[in-house]
Design a protein around this ligand. Sequence first.
Ligand code: NI
Length: 227
Amino acid sequence: MLLTLPEILTQGEVREARALLASAPWTDGRDSAGPQARTVKNNEQLPHDCEAATRIRALVLAGLDRNAIFFSAALPKKVFTPRINRYRGDANFYGAHIDNAIRVVAGSGQRVRTDVSCTVFLSDPDEYDGGELTVSDTYGEQRVKLPAGHAVLYPGTSLHQVTPVTRGERLACFFWIESMVRSDEQRRLLHDLDMNLLSLRQRHGETDETTALTGTYHNLLRMWALT
Ligand code: NI
């Protein structure tokens, strides 16, 4: 399931992030890539512990926290420390790869299985050419380029790439989620059920059927979730 989440960050938060990024200490993005990804990766990233990364991470995590759709779609168990990257100039693309299945959180040593990938765009589409996130799955190839502050969720199992940025710069925050429900197919069923229940309730109020189907949702979640 590939899903767009509008306005994870407010426009004010995007401005704050952008001001911090203007003077941030960028480093070679290959430092955090596995052996295969390293051969196709050419971008820049921020160190985990710099001021800009720390503040933007807090903004993004707070934005996710207030977003009910994110929770419904990802059913998060653990969120890997969000990172910030930049594509421009000679460091302007990330070729086709599948992300490492397991990430280790710096400092704590905690392992996170990368069930769901998330990118929060920090540049607007008219600020750069190229730089599309291209995700291949069973439905074919999807190209994603969203307004600043918006996010996309896609399965960690997907082959994906960021196409070369040929003008301007593309700034983004990216991270992975270990979900309580490991299977993308099961997460999608739960999310569909949840969203349709929400709209049924808005249209008709609470009925015997919405009460029963809410029970079905929770019973499926109970059957599939690992907490
Ligand atoms: Ni990736």
